[in-house]
Design a protein around this ligand. Structure first.
Ligand code: ADP
Ligand code: C5P
Length: 252
């Protein structure tokens, strides 16, 4: 059967409202500050509290996925922990920007998969069909002005530098195939100076600074409350758009 006029209007309204960008949140902070942990806690709570419906998709885009592929010479340096992965030029910001722009238009994207052991991209990619909430997580997530300009919420995760180094040593020896001496040399030569020069200054653009990383459930609860309000506003706009318009006034 042909769709009724009301159904056709509802379909048009849905299409228009689908163009409304998904909520976009940035999560920056130094290495091993707890960015990944904070994102996991937020997503867990969004699901547990029913803030996100089961059919809605929260997508975490890790900035690490957008490390530039290395030349053979750079790769040899990286294997000796003599390559600087903490400066903006290490990242493919143009690809990150276009990927985020597509996601925010609710278009499908392919996210590269990065391997910290080989310092290279996998051949396969992670395909995302659509997102309702997008979280960009990474040391320089709040660095690029065009990307930051698209965000509805900006978070900076802070933790004591000694604790961050201790956590990085524990993680990189176990998960990233690194030796203790190399981790410390890389940290002192590249990671710490880049934190002071490029990462810490982005704290100034953050709406919320999260102390104590993923353990800070007060911050996680506040952030989820804000996400709930933003999604409710979107839903109300959608429902208002579906209301049939009042009949025309007779004789008008
Ligand atoms: P980031 O994403 O900022 O690099 P992660 O959330 O991955 O940081 O945390 C880095 C490491 O530190 C992980 O191994 C994680 O389990 C651990 N970690 C995170 N937060 C804490 C914490 N509050 N106390 C102890 N270890 C933590
Ligand atoms: O997860 P985290 O935020 O710690 O990841 C960023 C860190 O990963 C950077 O501080 C960078 O030094 C490190 N890195 C690395 N080797 C790579 C890519 C990034 O040690 N191949």
């Amino acid at each position: 059967r042909q769709p009724t006029a009301l159904e056709s209007m509802a379909a048009v309204t849905d299409a228009l409202l689908d163009e409304e960008p998904p909520l976009f949140i940035g999560v920056a902070g130094g290495t091993a500050s707890g960015k990944t942990t904070v994102c996991s806690r937020i997503i867990q709570k969004l699901h547990d509290d029913g803030i996100i419906r089961p059919d809605q998709n929260v997508v975490v885009v890790c900035q690490d996925s957008f490390y530039r592929p290395l030349t053979p010479d750079q790769s040899a340096l990286a294997k000796k922990q003599q390559f600087n992965f903490d400066v903006p030029s290490a990242f493919d910001f143009p690809l990150l920007l276009t990927t985020l722009q597509r996601l925010l238009k609710r278009q499908p994207v392919d996210i590269p998969i990065y391997n910290f052991v080989t310092h290279s991209r996998h051949e396969s990619v992670h395909h995302i069909e659509r997102a309702d909430v997008v979280i960009l997580e990474g040391i320089l997530a709040l660095f690029d002005e065009s990307i930051v300009g698209m965000m509805s919420m900006k978070l900076f995760v802070e933790a004591d530098p000694d604790e961050r180094l201790a956590r990085r040593i524990a993680r990189d020896t176990v998960e990233r195939g690194r030796e203790l001496g190399g981790i410390i040399a890389q940290y002192l030569t590249y990671v710490k100076p880049a934190y002071d020069r490029y990462i810490l200054p982005t704290k100034a653009v953050a709406d919320i600074v999260i102390q104590k990383g993923g353990e800070n459930m007060v911050a996680v609860n506040l952030i989820c409350g804000h996400i709930r309000q933003a999604l409710d506003r979107q839903r109300r706009r959608r429902q208002a758009g579906r209301q049939p318009s009042p009949p025309p006034l007779l004789g008008a």
